[in-house]
Design a protein around this ligand. Structure first.
Ligand SMILES: [Mg+2]
Length: 219
């Protein structure tokens, strides 16, 4: 599937790629509606409806990933509520073996995530994943300010983290992100078929997909 000698730069997504998407799904679909209902003293079904409508409106935008935006919009401390379920933050199977191998490999390895810096900090505190990377980039960083779903993001990224698109690999569970990277010209693209260990596997797509990083590591 991959010839590692053709790759100089590896961009890795965090949630649903290295980390189990279960934490995020559980937080947004279960924990937040429950806690929001408690805090606002409204029925949970009503909280769920409100949240779903608001969240769907922002899908694919930088706001959708922004802890501060949601804290202000919902008038609850979303960062604090996330810490209440932090014990659910976990690596996907084989992610640490892959990261440890990559850290010794010649490629430059960079985390490129839409996660808000507060979410990233919480995940680093729980997993120590920063130790495997030469650089951590969130799309909320100064000079970026666009989500990965926007092809213009990759142009902006090039200014702060120069890369040869023909010799770059992006692994990301999001198909809109992979589509945007392909539009920009990134050549090596891989998706994750089981981003959430508690949800059904995703169907095959246009992009090569893996369940386990062992599938792309040299034997
Ligand atoms: Mg992801």
């Amino acid at each position: 599937m991959l010839s590692w000698s053709d790759i100089d730069t590896v961009f890795l997504d965090m949630d649903g790629t290295l980390l189990d998407l279960h934490f995020d799904s559980h937080f947004w679909l279960t924990h937040l509606p429950r806690r929001y209902a408690e805090i606002k003293n409204i029925p949970e079904s009503k909280a769920r409806d409100h949240l779903k409508r608001w969240i769907d409106c922002e899908r694919g935008t930088l706001n959708w990933y922004c802890v501060d935006y949601w804290s202000e919009r919902l008038e609850v401390d979303v960062g604090q509520l996330k810490t209440e379920v932090r014990n659910r933050i976990a690596y996907r199977a084989s992610a640490t073996a892959f990261l440890a191998w990559l850290a010794e490999a010649p490629q430059r390895v960079v985390l490129v995530t839409n996660a808000h810096p507060k979410s990233l900090s919480l995940k680093i505190a729980e997993t120590g994943l920063d130790r495997y990377f030469e650089r951590l980039i969130t799309t909320h960083d100064k000079g970026l300010g666009l989500p990965k779903e926007n092809p213009a993001f990759w142009t902006a990224l090039q200014d702060t983290e120069p890369f040869d698109p023909q010799r770059t690999l992006l692994i990301d569970d999001s198909l809109p992100v992979l589509t945007s990277a392909r539009t920009y010209g990134i050549r090596h693209l891989i998706t994750i078929l089981s981003p959430d260990s508690t949800a059904p596997h995703r169907p095959a797509s246009d992009f090569p997909g893996i369940h386990d990083f062992g599938e792309i590591m040299p034997r």
